[in-house]
Design a protein around this ligand. Structure first.
Ligand SMILES: N[C@@H](CCC(=O)N[C@@H](CS)C(=O)NCC(=O)O)C(=O)O
Length: 84
């Protein structure tokens, strides 16, 4: 991945309320001036549907151009590598 890799991509972040990692991920994206769409999956059935789709059991779940890149930790790692 090259620098600024995420900027031309469509970023979608699945969140729940009361989720500090979600807030942190959104803050990082905002700091980088990256536009994103937030999908709140606080409702149990919505969260369960997401887990069924991705196999990932935590939020946030961050997609770039429909591809799951991971959660806050993975986003932070990309940032550390200068790729966000
Ligand atoms: N390693 C994950 C941790 C995310 C995480 O623990 N999120 C919490 C909400 S803030 C969660 O989904 N907890 C539910 C669980 O662990 O089952 C990341 O960096 O995104």
């Amino acid at each position: 991945m090259k620098k600024g890799y995420l900027s031309p991509m469509k970023i979608k972040i699945y969140t729940t309320d009361d989720c500090p990692y979600c807030v942190a991920a959104k803050n990082l994206l905002k700091r980088k001036n990256l536009a994103f769409e937030e999908v709140d999956v606080s409702a149990d059935d919505e969260f369960d549907a997401l887990v069924k789709k991705t196999g990932m059991k935590t939020v946030p779940q961050i997609f770039c151009d429909e591809q799951l890149i991971g959660g806050f930790q993975e986003l932070t790692q990309l940032d550390r590598e200068g790729k966000v």
